[in-house]
Write a protein that binds this ligand. Structure first.
Ligand code: GAL
Length: 414
């Protein structure tokens, strides 16, 4: 090859790589996934985005959704938006969308056929305002799970429970063995979420809907809901009276290390068991619907993209949304996250025993409930969580008083 053509070839290669670099766009991504399992999952997104030639600038916010969401929302409202952010399925971004601050993804969604493959379709409904789609749903998490340490029950010399009622019966044996029956973190969303799971498990899905969807005040003030409050009061006595744990994953770790017998928590807890190298059915078990009835709710996460004047940023935001819903990334991310993929057309045979229980339940639409985040706005959710956590930490509050205060919140819920 003559020298001049070799120089031309090298110059061409350099310019190609520079063009490639020029397209590499940094996107700051905010989320509250900071536990071991969550970090392993978010790495799947980051690696895939970087592999596509862009740069994932991680903006993890430690604490919980309750800490992260106000930071995220005030940055967007305050004109310092991130490139992309996690929020939950539901109504958390409705004011931001209504203020015209969020990127409309409808053209991408239509081009890629999101409405055809996202299931259940109500996940996209939670992203849709006035017929336009403003978020990419990335998983289905369900609060409706109870996690048990098989090692703890073995140590206590009692059969591992197959449902909530057997757990309550076994609790004295756990205590005799020096094991905390029920693990829970002190943040309000945890006792609030647990109360919702007990409403479904003890009261039934129809009762949950009557309270949280129909807001039927006869039911909210009635005897069936009183039974749920009574059971929640019993659960309160099963926690460690000197509990200093705040974070959900530290409570999960008590189950992983058999210091506690069980935890009621969403299936994001899966990620912690797998990072700890534990196997469903060997060291731990998972009871959907508290083992009483098969049920899932469609909690979980979606990514939103604040509007940006820079067309390169907007292009990168669309590349990220597309990546998150791609078949390959949906499998890689959800297997680490312990959640279910939002698309049915993926091969999830690698799912563990608990995920397989969830996928089975997901097949019957009658088993699926909306999440609280999808029925009430953030303000109402906050009030309900505050009441649940106040009841949990103050044993002078009776179930009757709590039910009456809960009814007042539901009556004025938006
Ligand atoms: C939820 C979120 C899950 C999980 C959990 C605990 O709001 O949907 O992905 O991470 O918080 O942080």
């Amino acid at each position: 090859m003559r020298v001049s053509s070799r120089i031309t070839a090298i110059a061409g290669a350099i310019s190609m790589s520079l063009v490639g670099l020029a397209q590499a766009t940094d996107l700051e991504v905010t989320h509250w996934w900071t536990s071991g399992g969550e970090a392993a999952a978010v790495k799947q997104f980051a690696d895939a985005f970087n592999k596509g030639g862009d740069n994932w600038i991680d903006g993890a916010i430690a604490g919980s959704g309750g800490v992260a969401r106000p930071v995220i929302i005030s940055r967007i409202l305050g004109g310092e938006p991130m490139g992309a952010t996690q929020l939950n399925h539901g109504r958390q971004a409705e004011e931001l969308v209504e203020a015209g601050l969020m990127l409309d993804l409808t053209e991408l969604a239509d081009k890629e056929g999101w409405r055809d493959f996202v299931r259940p379709s109500k996940l996209l409904d939670s992203c849709t305002v006035d017929g336009k789609i403003y978020c990419a749903p990335v998983n289905i998490h369900s609060w409706q799970w109870m996690w048990t340490s098989l090692d703890a029950f073995k140590k206590a010399g009692v059969d591992a429970p197959k449902d909530w009622y057997e757990f309550v019966k076994a609790a004295p044996k756990l205590r005799e063995a020096g094991i905390i029956p029920l693990a829970i973190g002190g943040q309000a969303w945890q006792s609030g979420g647990m109360f919702g799971v007990m409403t479904v498990g003890i009261g039934g899905a129809d009762l949950w809907k009557a309270v949280n969807v129909e807001k039927n005040m006869d039911v909210v003030r009635g005897p069936e809901f009183a039974k749920v409050w009574q059971a929640f009061s019993e659960a309160r006595d099963l926690a460690d009276p000197n509990n200093s744990i705040q974070n959900w994953n530290d409570a999960t770790n008590q189950v992983i290390t058999a210091k506690a017998g069980a935890q009621i928590m969403g299936d994001w807890a899966q990620g912690e068991f797998s990072v700890a190298g534990q196997t469903a059915g060997v060291e731990y078990d998972c009871l959907p619907g508290l083992g009483i009835a098969p049920v899932l709710d469609t909690a979980g996460d979606a990514f939103y993209f604040p509007k940006n004047d820079d067309p390169d940023v907007t292009a990168a935001q669309l590349r990220m949304a597309s990546m998150m819903l791609s078949k390959e990334v949906q499998v890689a991310f959800n297997l680490k996250k312990g959640s279910l993929p939002v698309r049915a057309d993926v091969d999830i045979t690698a799912a563990n025993g608990c995920m397989k229980k969830g996928l089975e339940i997901l097949k019957n639409a009658d088993n699926i409930l909306p999440s609280g985040d999808q029925t009430f706005n953030s303000d109402t959710i906050g009030q309900l969580e505050d009441l649940s956590t106040e009841f949990w930490s103050d044993k002078s509050i009776t179930p009757e008083e709590a039910q009456s205060r809960y009814a007042e919140i539901i009556e004025s819920a938006q």
